[in-house]
Design a protein around this ligand. Structure first.
Ligand SMILES: Cc1cc2nc3c(=O)[nH]c(=O)nc-3n(C[C@H](O)[C@H](O)[C@H](O)COP(=O)(O)OP(=O)(O)OC[C@H]3O[C@@H](n4cnc5c(N)ncnc54)[C@H](O)[C@@H]3O)c2cc1C
Length: 575
């Protein structure tokens, strides 16, 4: 058994920022960061457009209150407003702190940090490093981990959270290189395991975004919050789903249908292309359904719309959004200086997750907390995004709540002893689980089952939803689950058995998918990203509440928790 004071699962922005904070506050603590990828390959590295903070460098009228209002309105009033206040108040400070760590933000001519427009934000407040912001921040954070002597376990796969009597005591992990199993015991465990984009067949997320942390939390009998809120980003590259950053529209790009119309004037006349993502994604799908999508040969009735940047000119395209140009060129052979980019919505972000309080401590119910268990970043739901996240608020959440959670953990573990833990049953259970997968002579391939699952989620719980379609989806999931229990692995070895990891990840995906569908079926209203064609209105009387889903193999139990409202009373959401 390996002992650390603190063990953090996840080497993305949230995990790394928490680790840095713990090490800064108490350098004598032994802190470990575990990641199934190398930390700098975490999905955070792919973040493009930027990070919101009311620095007022470009727009002197901006304020944290305006940022808070935009965030709450963007969330369709489901965000917890105390958590949003913290997010937006602390934003300028965390950006400056990152810049002091060495992050190279893009600059204004006078040397201050530049800020651009972003969807749903009423002021230009998004700080950025060209369109490679996540790369700039994550590299600097990982460098700092090394400086502070944080222990990094890279390419270890965590397969179980150890929870005894409502206290997290550690976890079980194995080294991908050679299959070596270990139990790690700690005074505090933190999950910063990112999102679950791979639940769907078209996503902007990396291959590692399989929702493992969510599934492990659910398997431990703890609730997941607001999982039905899945963000579709409006501009995925057609056919692949890879992201074209919202920064492109922030810099002035147009969305155009087959008639050459900037159709957003019908859906969000005041914000146009910079409406929030839920509204813009629905607008694109409606245009495509109405036959105003475009085909590859340019004719009408096709499956995508155009994102047009030609009017920005080569110089601006190459200096502000070079990565978007590269992606369109690399993936589709489109030179965006001269041609529009084919785009359609792609699954992008998880608004829901592991419920936490504003110190990152995990909730087991409305009033109760889990001892020794913390979460932050995309996998967590402190609920700053409610039913729809605004662009550039996620990197911010990772850094603000990563820092806060790190500070809370440093305080929590002070004067605490390591918990009593017998590792033997956990090791044998893990060994057994792996051996069963390797030995079983099933008839299905992982790829086929995963594809069927991803297609099922995409067809039955997409941008638009109805009871009938979701019921049918849940039925299909039962069959897919049976197939997943009857898979066959070619690789029986211990060395770099990536097929085994895919098998474990498939189990995570299935659990997460079932929770998403169940929550969506029960929420009989439309709010933010959750759009029910059979219940088109928002219903504050019955559903201005957070869903808390308790998973067990026998079924999912749903309870509801009140939303915290402080400054902003719910209103109709118009742009
Ligand atoms: C293409 C793209 C562009 C984006 N652009 C922006 C943007 O401009 N602005 C913005 O605010 N947001 C953006 N986002 C969203 C934002 O980047 C993410 O929400 C955020 O970076 C998530 O960070 P994280 O630390 O929570 O998790 P991640 O960065 O996803 O890291 C998860 C970590 O957990 C580890 N892990 C997971 N499961 C296991 C396991 N079982 N065992 C061991 N380790 C595990 C992984 O290895 C990884 O290290 C973008 C997202 C994408 C996909």
């Amino acid at each position: 058994m390996i002992d650390h004071d603190v063990v953090i699962v996840g080497g993305g922005l949230a995990g790394c920022r928490a680790a840095v904070e713990i090490a800064r506050m108490n350098p004598s603590l032994s802190v470990a960061v575990i990641a199934k990828t190398h930390p700098i390959r975490s999905h955070s590295v792919a973040a493009q457009g930027g990070m919101a903070a009311s620095l007022k460098n470009v727009d002197s009228e901006d304020s944290w209150e305006a940022h808070a209002f935009d965030t709450v309105k963007g969330s369709d009033y489901l965000a917890d407003q105390d958590a949003v206040e913290i997010l937006t108040r602390e934003a300028p400070d965390v950006v400056i702190d990152l810049e002091h760590m060495g992050v190279l933000f893009s600059r204004l001519p006078d040397g201050r940090i530049a800020q651009r427009a972003f969807g749903g934000h009423s002021h230009n407040r998004t700080c950025y490093a060209a369109d490679k912001t996540g790369h700039a921040i994550l590299h600097e954070l990982v460098n700092n981990l090394r400086r502070y002597g944080v222990h990094i376990y890279d390419e270890w796969y965590v397969m179980r959270l150890i929870l005894e009597e409502e206290q997290a005591k550690g976890l079980v992990m194995f080294r991908i290189r050679d299959g070596h199993l270990e139990v790690v015991r700690a005074k505090a465990v933190m999950f910063a395991t990112g999102g679950y984009g791979r639940v769907y067949n078209t996503t902007s997320n990396d291959f590692a975004s399989t929702g493992d942390g969510l599934a492990m939390t659910a398997a431990a009998g703890l609730p997941l919050e607001d999982m039905e809120f899945v963000q579709f980003h409006p501009t995925g590259v057609y056919g692949v789903g890879v992201l074209i950053s919202e920064a492109v529209r922030g810099e002035g790009a147009y969305l155009v249908n087959s008639e050459g119309d900037r159709f957003m004037k019908t859906y969000a006349p005041s914000r146009m292309e910079l409406a929030p993502r839920d509204i813009t994604s629905r607008a694109i799908v409606k245009e495509i359904r109405a036959g105003r999508g475009i085909h590859r040969d340019g004719s009408a009735g096709g499956p995508f719309v155009h994102l047009d940047v030609r009017h920005l000119g080569r110089e601006k395209i190459m200096s502000r959004i070079p990565f978007a140009w590269e992606e369109a060129h690399r993936l589709l052979g489109v030179d965006a200086v001269h041609e529009p980019i084919p785009v359609r919505p792609t699954v992008h972000y998880s608004m829901g997750g592991i419920p936490t309080n504003t110190d990152g401590q995990v909730r087991s119910g409305d009033e109760t907390l889990v001892e020794g268990f913390f979460a932050a970043g995309e996998t967590a739901c402190v609920s700053v995004h409610g039913a729809n996240r605004l662009g550039s608020n996620s990197l911010l959440e990772c850094v603000v709540y990563g820092r806060r959670t790190g500070a809370a953990i440093a305080r929590y573990v002070q004067n605490r002893k390591l918990p009593d833990l017998n590792e033997t049953p956990y090791l044998s259970e893990a060994r057994q689980r792996i051996q069963t997968l390797l030995d079983q002579r099933g008839e299905h391939r992982i790829n086929t089952v995963r594809q069927a699952f991803q297609d099922c989620m995409t067809d039955h719980c997409g941008v638009f939803r109805t009871e009938e379609v979701m019921q049918a989806g849940l039925q299909k999931l039962q069959t897919i689950r049976q197939q997943a229990g009857n898979i066959f692995l070619d690789d029986k070895g211990k060395l770099w058995n990536t097929e085994l990891i895919e098998a474990l990840e498939l189990q995570s995906l299935l659990t997460v998918g079932e929770i998403i569908l169940t929550g969506a079926l029960n929420r009989k209203e439309s709010r933010g990203s959750h759009c029910r064609e059979d219940c088109p209105d928002r219903d504050d009387v019955n559903f201005l509440q957070h869903t808390m889903a308790y998973y067990s193999p026998a079924g999912i139990e749903l309870r509801y928790r009140p939303v915290t409202i402080t400054q902003f009373q719910p209103q109709e959401r118009k742009y």
